[in-house]
Design a binder for this molecule. Structure first.
Ligand code: C5P
Length: 221
């Protein structure tokens, strides 16, 4: 049994990309290292929370002090998250693919010189954050991310509403920001009561500060 401001609290965190199979050897995915999500899971655990991390395929180790569940596809990630509700805290950091291949092939699609390239029909994936934010067993505190390349604050506010989140951590992932795949991040915290700019920090520092904010929001209720 842990000590700390989040002792006795449960948390689920999603992290990394999802891989949506085209066939057994090919997939579509978003870019995501999993660094920010993994750091948040570890930071919540350091404050005493009982943390389950649901991670898509990443190249970084499982964080210590956290129960890590590995998934591939968005639908698997959704099932893993929903089966753990209710929790006190949910932080959805994963870069979930918005679409999956409607009918992925069981065998490798062969490349044939005399044939046109295949076309892929896509189907919409479940929105995990939105599912959690509107779930009958909604966690007490639901946190989402908004990776935007423009109008960061306006898009973040819309997301708060639409997804049923309490907090949105919005960051600028335009190529010139250097955030994607890097170790630094610069975020804006958006809630019903307004927006707050945090200075440029490492992803570990963002995680630390977000975990502290989550602890203070939960104790204020
Ligand atoms: O809609 P958008 O992808 O910009 O929203 C980002 C937020 O929603 C992130 O917190 C992300 O983890 C979550 N999300 C999700 N399931 C999806 C798409 C996004 O949980 N299918």
């Amino acid at each position: 049994v842990g000590t700390g401001p989040l002792a006795g609290k449960t948390a689920i965190v999603t992290s990394g990309p999802t891989h949506e199979p085209i066939d057994p050897v090919r997939y579509i995915a978003n870019r995501s290292s999993g660094r920010q999500g993994h750091a948040i899971a570890a930071a919540l655990a350091r404050l005493g929370a009982d943390v389950t991390l649901i991670s898509g395929p990443v190249a970084i180790p499982d964080p210590s002090g956290v129960r890590t569940i590995h998934v591939e596809r968005a639908e698997e990630m959704r099932d893993a998250v929903v089966s753990r509700l209710p929790t006190d805290i949910a932080v959805m950091v994963a870069a979930v693919a918005d679409w999956r291949v409607a009918a992925s092939a069981n065998q490798k699609i062969k490349k044939r010189a005399d044939e046109a390239p295949p076309s892929l029909e896509l189907a919409e994936n479940p929105d995990i954050l939105k599912t959690v934010g509107h779930h009958p067993q909604r966690p007490k505190l639901v946190v989402g991310f908004a990776a935007e390349t423009q109008d960061v604050e306006a898009n973040g506010r819309q997301k708060l509403d639409r997804k049923g989140a309490d907090l949105i951590v919005a960051n600028d992932v335009s190529p010139e920001s250097g955030v994607m795949g890097g170790t630094i991040n610069r975020v804006k915290i958006i809630s019903m009561s307004g927006a707050e700019d945090w200075p440029e920090m490492t992803k570990d520092e963002v995680a630390e500060r977000l975990a502290a904010l989550i602890a203070s929001r939960l104790s204020a209720n």
